[in-house]
Each structure stands twice: as C-alpha cells, then as structure tokens.
Design a protein around this ligand. Structure first.
Ligand SMILES: [Zn+2]
Ligand SMILES: [Zn+2]
Length: 174
C-alpha cells in the first residue's frame, strides 16, 4: 500500500481538483490514497484557499438568504457600463465595492464569494481579503440617473459565515 499524501508535493496532488468533500473521497479512493492523516484535508483546503478557490458549502446560500422580504430588483438594462453589474447584467442593486474599486450588486457578489475570493472581473481577479463595502456614491448616482427605477428590494448586507484568505508570506496579489 502506497503511503502518499501530505509529504508529497501538494500543489500537484490530484485531490486538489476535488470540488466537494464527496468528490475528494472519490478521488482519494480512485488514486489509492489510503492516508488517514486528518491533516490532509485541511492542507488541501488551505492550498485551494491560497489559490482563491472555495470549497462549496453542503447547503449553498441562495438569494432568499440575502434579500429581506420577497421584493427583488426590477430588471433595468443600460448601456452605461459603470452602472452595470457584470454578474447579472442588470443595473447594480445595493452596490458594494472591493479594495480594487470594482463593484457589483451585494447579492451577486455575496453569492460569488461562495465560490471564489477573487474579483469576478477577469482583467482584475484580485484576491479579496476582507468583505466588500457599501458604496453610497454609486447608490446615489444610480438613483439620480434612473429616477424611475423603483427598487423595493432590501438586502441584509451580511457577510456572516465568510472567512477570507489570510495574507500569504510571499504575496503577488497585493
Ligand atoms: Zn448583479
Ligand atoms: Zn476588481
């Protein structure tokens, strides 16, 4: 029986491809990884975090967890790219911004943060190490430019349950 695992190069460990705990088990069985090291899973998790990947929750967050009440933002499209959320293509509802300066709807980015800690704009992809913040200037700008867009929705602005990756000793994303 092969005793591979924590000592081999973890960055090339096939289990890093796993998207869930169940898949990790499948991969470990498939590659004959019989290690019982309780640390391996944690090491793999940290490796994936360091790359900006998240391990999905067993019961994923939904919009219903993030909106308060049943009202949702009405559809409103614009050719003004700076008011458009790149995740939902609608005018940004309850916009929040990162340290990189890019902003999205609170709900869109909160759901995105379930999968990745990276800014969703491919040209940016900056790793987020703290929650985005509410951006009042955009809220006001959108209200000014679209006075008839009556958005009755309310969101929680909650970042509960998120733990962001800690800074690396040798970081290339700051
Ligand atoms: Zn959005
Ligand atoms: Zn960005």
């Amino acid at each position: 029986m092969q005793n591979s695992s924590a000592n081999q190069s973890l960055s090339s460990h096939p289990a890093l491809l796993a998207k869930s705990a169940a898949e990790l088990e499948r991969i470990r069985r498939a590659i004959g990884d019989s290690t019982t090291s309780p640390d391996l899973r944690e090491i793999i998790r940290q490796e994936r975090r360091a790359r900006g990947d998240r391990t999905p929750r067993d019961s994923p967050l939904t919009e219903d967890d993030l909106f308060i009440g049943i009202a949702r933002p009405p559809t409103l499209r614009t050719d003004r790219a700076h008011w458009t959320c790149s995740l939902c293509s609608n005018v940004k509802a309850h916009p929040v911004a990162y340290t990189c300066g890019h902003s999205h709807c609170f709900v869109c980015i909160r759901l995105h943060l379930e999968r990745s800690w990276k800014c969703p704009l491919p040209d940016c992809a900056k790793l987020m190490r703290q929650p985005p913040h509410r951006i009042y200037s955009e809220e006001q700008g959108i209200a000014y430019d679209f006075p008839h867009w009556d958005d009755p929705s309310v969101v929680s602005y909650s970042w509960d349950g998120l733990t962001f990756p800690r800074p690396l000793i040798f970081s290339d994303d700051e």
